[in-house]
Structures are given as structure tokens and as C-alpha cells.
Design a protein around this ligand. Structure first.
Ligand SMILES: [Mg+2]
Length: 277
């Protein structure tokens, strides 16, 4: 099978160290399951030389908020309600800066934007967590094309991970929509030492899946998440949601996941391998 044409732009690699941390969840993908998936599709078992198995991504690493689910709009609601609770309005600039950041960093941005840096970040985080849990239970929906792409990746037997800055209790609610069986590993913001934009979350996901990060594709919607994935060394597909993203070396950007497929993900990995030798 010929290799698909590479997407425009060359991918760059930035390497960074990562600290060992305890893992909360690990469902190791099975080579047997991958072989069975390909065998079911092709009618024959792949060999070691099979271009499919050698060129496909080793894993696809999905961000959650804004990438798989339309949750950033729910965060909009909760953050604005918190700002009004404190007698203010959150600015558009502050809201954009918050996208993809940790809860602690988000609360610092909110407090600074409101001119109330003395506020207790833990109290604000508790308020937001309680509100966003309610909103997640009632209003979570898929981003365009996200479910179809996730289903295609799973059908091909490619390992997947959910790599999110959101905390585990929130992710557990989201997994009711996303499907727990759709992910071989889940890395939450409260399960790593350093959150995005640090590379640790993506390096942790690759290690949980036992795959080389350089053969993984990370799918992200925010500048913070893209920076994390790039620093980890993954090929990156960006699909901006709440805020536009600038053109960045090493990042292939699409308007929607509706047009994304396995050929594109494979091309990103092939192109990245060519760019880094
Ligand atoms: Mg996101």
C-alpha cells in the first residue's frame, strides 16, 4: 500500500525530561487485538513488514475539553458565573488565556483579571468544580467529527489515550459520554506533577501505552495543549475551538475533525519521522 502524501509543513521535535509519577489507570493495548482488528478488516493477518502496521500511528492521544467534547462552552458558563459571584466580568482575553490550563492557573488568571489577586484559589476551584460537575452531567456533547475519528482509530486497533488537564472526577463524568472502552489509558490533570504546557502528560500517556511518543499523534485544540504535545515530541494535529491558533512549525491545523481520517494521522507520523531523521 503506498504511503499517503504528507500534509504541508514540517514537524519539529523538542525533547524534554519527565518525572516518574504514579499512574491511576492503565489498560495496556494488546498486540493481539491490534492484529485481530487489522485481520478482520483485511481478511489476512498483517506481517511484520505490513506497511499498515509500520506506518500507522503507534497511538493517538486525544485532548478532551474542546477537542473531543464541546465542554469549553460549559467552562465559559461556570467561569462567568464565578466572576459575577465575585462582582465582576471575565474579560475575553482572560477567558482565552485560560483555555487548556490547569485549574490552579485558571483561578490565578480569573483573580488577576478581576483585580482580586488576594482570593483563595482553592475556594474558587471548589466553586468551579461543583458547578462544572453539574454542567457536565447535563450538557456535554461531542465536537464535530470527533466521535467518527475516535471510532475509526479504535476500529483500526490503534491504541488511544485521553490526555486532559481536567481532574479525575470531572473526567469520569465525561467518560460516560466518551466511552471508557474507547481509551487504553487516561491521564488527568490531577494525576501528573506538571500539567500542560509541560510535556509530562503526553509523555505519561505514551509510557502507559508502552509506545514511542515520536510515533504518536496528539490532537489538541489549545495553544497550551499544542505546546505540551510538541515538547513531548508527538506529531500534532490542531483543531482550534474557542480561540484561533497561529500557524506553528510542526503542527498541522484543521478547522474541524470532520475531515480528519486515518490517512491524515498516518501522514503526520510519516512526515514527522522524515523531519526528525
Ligand atoms: Mg482542550
Amino acid at each position: 500500500m503506498p504511503s499517503p502524501p504528507p500534509p504541508p509543513g514540517l514537524l519539529t521535535l523538542v525533547r524534554c525530561g519527565c518525572r516518574d509519577v504514579p499512574y491511576v489507570s492503565r489498560r495496556r493495548p494488546s498486540d493481539t487485538r491490534r492484529r485481530e482488528a487489522v485481520e478482520n478488516r483485511c481478511g489476512t493477518a498483517p506481517t511484520l513488514e505490513d506497511p499498515l502496521s509500520s506506518h500507522h500511528p503507534a497511538a493517538v492521544l486525544f485532548d478532551m475539553d474542546g477537542t473531543l467534547v464541546d465542554s469549553e462552552k460549559l467552562w465559559d458558563v461556570a467561569l462567568q458565573e464565578l466572576a459575577r459571584e465575585y462582582g465582576g466580568e471575565l474579560s475575553v482575553a482572560a477567558r482565552r488565556t485560560i483555555v487548556g490550563t490547569s485549574m490552579a492557573e485558571s483561578m490565578r488568571i480569573v483573580h488577576d483579571d478581576l483585580g482580586q489577586p488576594e482570593r483563595d484559589p482553592q475556594a474558587s476551584a471548589a466553586w468551579i468544580n461543583a458547578r462544572i460537575l453539574d454542567l457536565f452531567r447535563t450538557g456535554l456533547s461531542w465536537r464535530p467529527g470527533a466521535f467518527a475519528l475516535l471510532r475509526a482509530v479504535r476500529a483500526a486497533g490503534i491504541p488511544t489515550a485521553l490526555v486532559t488537564s481536567s481532574v479525575r472526577p470531572l473526567v469520569e463524568i465525561a467518560l460516560d459520554t466518551l466511552g471508557r472502552d474507547n481509551f487504553d489509558a487516561v491521564v488527568c490533570g490531577d494525576e501528573v506533577v506538571a500539567t500542560k504546557p509541560h510535556p509530562e502528560p503526553y509523555l505519561t500517556a505514551a509510557r502507559l501505552l508502552d509506545v514511542p511518543i515520536g510515533r504518536c499523534v496528539a490532537i489538541e485544540d489549545s495553544a497550551t495543549g499544542v505546546a505540551s504535545a510538541l515538547a513531548a515530541g508527538a506529531a500534532v494535529l490542531a483543531v482550534p475551538a474557542e480561540a484561533p491558533l497561529p500557524d506553528m512549525p510542526g503542527v498541522h491545523q484543521v478547522e474541524s475533525l470532520t475531515g480528519a481520517d486515518l490517512d491524515l494521522l498516518t501522514a503526520l507520523v510519516v512526515n514527522r519521522a522524515g523531519a526528525t531523521g
